[in-house]
Design a protein around this ligand. Structure first.
Ligand code: GAP
Length: 512
């Protein structure tokens, strides 16, 4: 199965088993908006809990808040989003399709670099073990030509963006002979900036109503509450404020399922530090966040850092943690050293001091901020992509397993009466009542036991407990492990202690 097929299978599996549905599907859906079904909502909640606990419960100097989606409109003027939260757009006059100009150029650069990689791949095959890739990349004529061409376009593009030269961005598209994938022509419009914020009106009478925005990031809710939290929580620098919540962006190129959505959820933490220490904290959070991802056990090689080419309007230093999705390495989380930009801007626009008195230095200052920001939906997609597997079994049959870390599984234990009669369903119900205080459990009596096991494998349930006739006599059950499919007979009175620990978020937190 190639990566494209894998991705398609993940999307259809997500729908078939109640993880993700297209929003308003009965009306043919709403583009780039999705709903989480009965399994998806549980998995998403568990991912959120893993993040929240790793931030708030595991750090004595980080607290969590829950700020409103609607904020005073000046917030977005201060943060720079009204003026600078734009995407450069271009239309093809023949197909009437709209594109992000930066994406067209970046894809073009990626294609050139892919040609260089292909040359290297061919040479590696030809020369075998003696192949020196670094030397080959430096000396092979064709590879050097491709890589310098890519670097030249990249530099030209970076300069154009930094200086907001939209005409030059268009010239790059023309000079690179980039064509519209639909019409195949180079008949492009001018490039213009498009603001990504959604706006709405607040107030009941239209004349009085003011334009407000749906927040494009949760971070600003933290900044405007910086002093409230610092004073009421008696927080001492360095300290962090975390929150999870919805964010909204009118994305133009919304694609790849839940990777880029118009309504999504962020999990952000702003860490307030003494000016001059931000570089050290930036490094600390890079390491800490990478370790958090790796605690999921998907393998170190699935993640890499990517330093930003073009820094956002607020950033001093910024990188992404990229994950290898089925469509390649892409941003999963951003780590940004935001300097004192946001707090200073809010001081200017609100006229209020947003400073911290540092008793050790005996002076007040506007703290610097290091931010970690991850999209919960993107994390969900990363986890689904990695967990989904199709297995051939020894008896020639096959199964789909969602190999989720046990602690994240939507249902932790399925309790299955072997047959739907003779007192077995009642015994199963008894076990549900025993375990439901600790775990999300489910019981199911319909279909052959093998079929029920398969359904549980497909939603990632770590354990199936089968209640059979022997259970009624000896008060024992079989316990089946999702991954090994091994079954062991255990006493009902030992169930709680056997399951304890393995299914808890603590197993992940201990690895962070
Ligand atoms: N406060 C900083 C900030 O918002 P960002 O890089 O724009 O930074 C952070 O967004 C994270 O939010 C991204 O790494 C990604 O995981 C997620 N994200 C951003 N836009 C998204 C979208 N349209 N759909 C899904 N997730 C998105």
């Amino acid at each position: 199965m190639n990566q494209e097929e894998l991705f398609k299978n993940i999307i259809s599996h997500s729908k078939e088993y109640g993880f993700i549905f297209q929003s308003s599907e009965i009306y043919d859906g709403l583009s780039a908006v999705y709903d989480y079904g009965q399994m998806g909502a549980e998995l998403k909640k568990n991912l959120r809990e893993f993040w929240w606990k790793s931030m708030v419960q595991m750090h004595q100097n980080i607290v969590g808040i829950d700020s409103a989606i609607f904020m005073h409109p000046t917030t977005w003027k201060a943060s720079g989003h009204v003026d600078a939260f734009n995407d450069p757009l271009i239309d093809n006059k023949d197909s009437k399709k709209r594109y992000r100009a930066d994406v067209l150029i970046e894809d073009h650069i990626a294609k050139i670099l892919a040609k260089a990689d292909k040359e290297v791949e061919k040479a590696a095959k030809k020369f075998g073990e003696t192949f020196d890739e670094a030397l080959y990349r430096q000396t092979n004529g064709r590879v050097v030509e491709y890589t310098s061409k890519a670097a030249e376009i990249e530099n030209r593009f970076k300069t154009a963006l930094e200086n907001n030269q939209l005409e030059e961005v268009r010239n790059i598209i023309i000079d690179c002979e980039i064509v519209c994938p639909i019409s195949g022509t180079k008949n492009w419009t001018e490039v213009r900036q498009f603001n990504l914020m959604f706006s709405t009106q607040m107030g009941s009478v239209s004349e009085d109503a003011g334009t407000i925005y749906l927040r494009p990031e949760t971070a600003q809710g933290i900044f405007v509450n910086f002093l409230n939290v610092q004073k009421t929580g008696r927080m001492k620098i360095p300290f962090g404020i975390a929150q999870t919540g919805k964010a909204f962006r009118n994305e133009i190129v919304a694609r790849q399922f839940i990777f880029r959505m118009r309504e999504f959820e962020q999990m952000e933490m702003q860490f307030f530090v003494r000016p001059g220490t931000e570089a050290q904290w930036y490094t600390y959070w890079k390491t800490t966040r990478m370790k958090w991802h790796q605690a999921l056990g998907f393998g170190e090689n699935k993640y890499k850092f990517h330093d930003h080419l073009k820094l956002a309007h607020y950033a001093k230093d910024a990188c992404d943690i990229e994950f290898e999705f089925p469509f390649g390495f892409k941003e999963l989380e951003g780590i940004h050293s935001r300097s004192d930009f946001d707090l200073k801007q809010h001081e200017i626009h609100s006229g209020k001091k947003l400073q911290y008195f540092d008793p050790e230095l005996n002076e007040s200052y506007v703290p610097y901020v290091v931010e970690t920001s991850i999209g919960l939906d993107r994390l969900f997609l990363a986890v689904m992509s990695q967990a989904y597997r199709e297995e051939k079994l020894e008896d020639g049959s096959s199964r789909v397993v969602l190999g989720l870390p046990f602690a994240l599984a939507p249902i932790k234990v399925a309790i299955l009466p072997l047959v739907n009669k003779d007192g077995l369903p009642e015994k199963a119900e008894e076990l549900v009542n025993l375990l439901k205080f600790d775990y999300n459990v489910s019981t199911e009596a319909k279909d052959a036991i093998g079929k029920r096991y398969r359904r549980m494998d497909a939603i990632g349930t770590p354990y199936c407990i089968t209640v059979d006739y022997e259970t009624l006599e000896t008060n024992t059950v079989t316990l089946r492990n999702r991954d090994t499919m091994a079954q062991e007979r255990v006493k009902v009175e030992n169930l709680k202690s056997i399951l304890a620990g393995e299914l808890s978020i603590a197993t992940l937190l201990e690895k962070c």
